[in-house]
Design a protein around this ligand. Structure first.
Ligand code: NAD
Length: 478
């Protein structure tokens, strides 16, 4: 018996939660439910996070959280409960299966069956942003080795558990050689541990185009946060079934399962909503807690019901549907199909032995780290790089030379092009003179000299080599 936390949420939430729970219980799910209140009422009672402290205690104790959609009230100050939950509980993996149900649900991609595995905590979503000059703001893209290892291993273990043949990685490492480069490199390392599963890497732009055009070429796709956010919606939409998709948010300790749609307030309380999205989330929950046989039984009964043409209004189509039903009647139809297999759609069969085995991240031995220089970022309102170079050259610290100036990453000095558009945000790179070493002391000296020259330093970035390999980008055009 597994104790789970359930939140019925807002709008259609209570109806679809009752439907989903009735189906999985009828299928023999061994769960006990602790219900908590989250969402609109809690927000409007003055709690801007939408959840009370005691509810966090229950979620953390039970570790498994099945959540119906909630309504985030309009107006400032209310924080998204989804984002807060993900971050607080360290839910690093977002898993969204996108399957087409052709010919029963309309889609341009009849044989699509893909799973998007999205890293959920890092990348540009670390939320570290700064304005640095009048003209330039920045957002830090943070990618960590533990973050990459956890999500990529999860993708391969998931593929193993669900009998999937291939894991694809999407990155833009031809441009972002350090951040996306690390994601790709870790993918290649971990892929070697799973010789029975095919692996491949695509550059995200052409990969996304291919996915939208020929989704049948893919199986499991793993990617960093931002790409995953965008492409998981594209995948759900082109499967033809945004209202039918569920998603899992998985952490080392806790996990949260939900539908991908919202609380649909306009049809709330009318017994019209389709409970399938939340049911898909509940099925992911059952496999996560090891009740794979129940999960399989529910999924096959659900596929059979869709195939029988028993449809809620949102997917009802006179050409293929046989009966338009409400939320409750749909749930009853799925329950009466428990034990049956779909006849046209592909029945699922989960490997009962392959329960997800995710080792804790083990820190690697530290590499030899050597300082090789520094980038001083300067706020300067001129637009001639040669003029800036002559000002910066007055900052002549011991055994250090100005080696390059870039603007938005493009080299503008030495030998820049007058055509290059420049903002007020300049990167001035200092390197040691030939044969000399570079230390933190020189960075301090550079800062002091710059201050004496009234140069507006807005930040510095150290340039390192790890085990002799330079680990920083060159200037574009360098
Ligand atoms: P929505 O997903 O609630 O609705 C979009 C459209 O899809 C509506 O026409 C709706 O009637 C229909 N729809 C959605 N789910 C359906 C279902 N199960 N069966 C039949 N039809 C369904 O999106 P929205 O209208 O943009 O947002 C409504 C509220 O939901 C907002 O307050 C938003 O903040 C919230 N929301 C919550 C979550 C979540 O809790 N995970 C996600 C998205 C939106």
């Amino acid at each position: 018996m597994t104790r789970i936390t359930v939140a019925k949420g807002d709008g259609i939430g209570p109806e679809i939660m009752d439907a989903a729970l009735s189906i999985i219980k009828a299928a023999g799910a061994e769960i006990e439910v602790d219900e908590i209140e989250v969402g609109e009422k809690v927000y409007l009672a003055g709690n801007t996070s939408g959840i009370a402290k005691e509810s966090w205690d229950i979620i953390r104790r039970n570790r498994i959280f099945l959540k119906a959609p909630i309504t985030t009230p309009q107006g400032g100050g209310y924080k998204s409960l989804n984002v807060t939950t993900r971050k607080f509980l360290g839910l690093y993996a977002n898993i969204r299966p996108c399957i087409s149900l052709h010919p029963f649900v309309k889609t341009k991609h009849p044989v699509m069956d893909i799973v998007i595995v999205r890293e959920n905590e890092e990348d540009l979503y670390a939320g570290i942003e700064h304005q640095q000059t009048d003209e330039v703001v920045q957002c830090l893209k943070l990618i960590s080795r533990p973050g990459c290892e956890k999500i990529i291993r999860y993708a391969f273990e998931y593929a193993k558990q669900y009998g999937r043949r291939k894991v694809t990685c999407f990155t833009k490492d031809n441009i972002m050689k350090q951040t996306d480069g690390m994601f790709h490199q870790v993918f290649d390392e971990i892929a070697k541990e799973y010789p029975a599963i095919e692996n491949e890497h695509w550059i995200i732009d052409i990969g996304a185009a291919k996915m939208a055009d020929t989704p049948e070429a893919f199986d499991v796709i793993v990617m960093p946060n931002l790409y995953g956010d965008v492409l998981s919606d594209v995948a759900a939409q082109i499967a033809g079934s945004v209202g039918l998709a569920g998603s899992a948010n998985i952490g080392e300790e806790c996990a949260m399962f939900e539908a991908i749609h919202g609380s649909a307030p306009r049809i709330a309380g009318e017994n019209k909503a389709n409970p399938s999205g939340l049911l898909q989330g509940a099925i992911q929950m059952l496999t996560h807690i090891g009740q794979t046989e129940v999960a399989e039984k529910v999924q096959n009964a659900w596929l059979r019901t869709i195939e029988d043409g028993i449809h809620t209004y949102d997917i009802y189509n006179a050409d293929v549907s046989k009966q338009k039903v409400g939320t409750k009647e749909f749930a009853e139809a799925v329950i009466s199909n428990l034990g049956k297999q779909p006849q046209q759609l592909k029945a699922v069969s989960y490997d009962k032995e392959a329960v997800l085995q995710l080792p804790k991240y083990r820190r690697k031995p530290a590499k030899e780290k050597k300082l090789q220089g520094v980038d001083l970022f300067v706020h300067w309102g001129g637009n001639n790089a040669d003029e800036l170079a002559s000002i910066i050259k007055k900052v002549n610290a011991t055994d250090v030379d100005l080696s390059m100036i870039t603007n938005r990453g493009i080299k503008v000095w030495p030998d820049g092009f007058p055509e290059t558009f420049c903002t007020d945000h300049w990167r001035c790179r200092f390197k040691p003179v030939e044969g000399k070493i570079f230390t933190n002391r020189q960075i301090i000296q550079l800062m002091q000299l710059a201050e004496q020259q009234n140069i507006d330093i807005i930040k510095t970035e150290n340039l390192y080599a790890f085990d002799g390999k330079p680990a920083f980008s060159l200037g574009q055009g360098q």
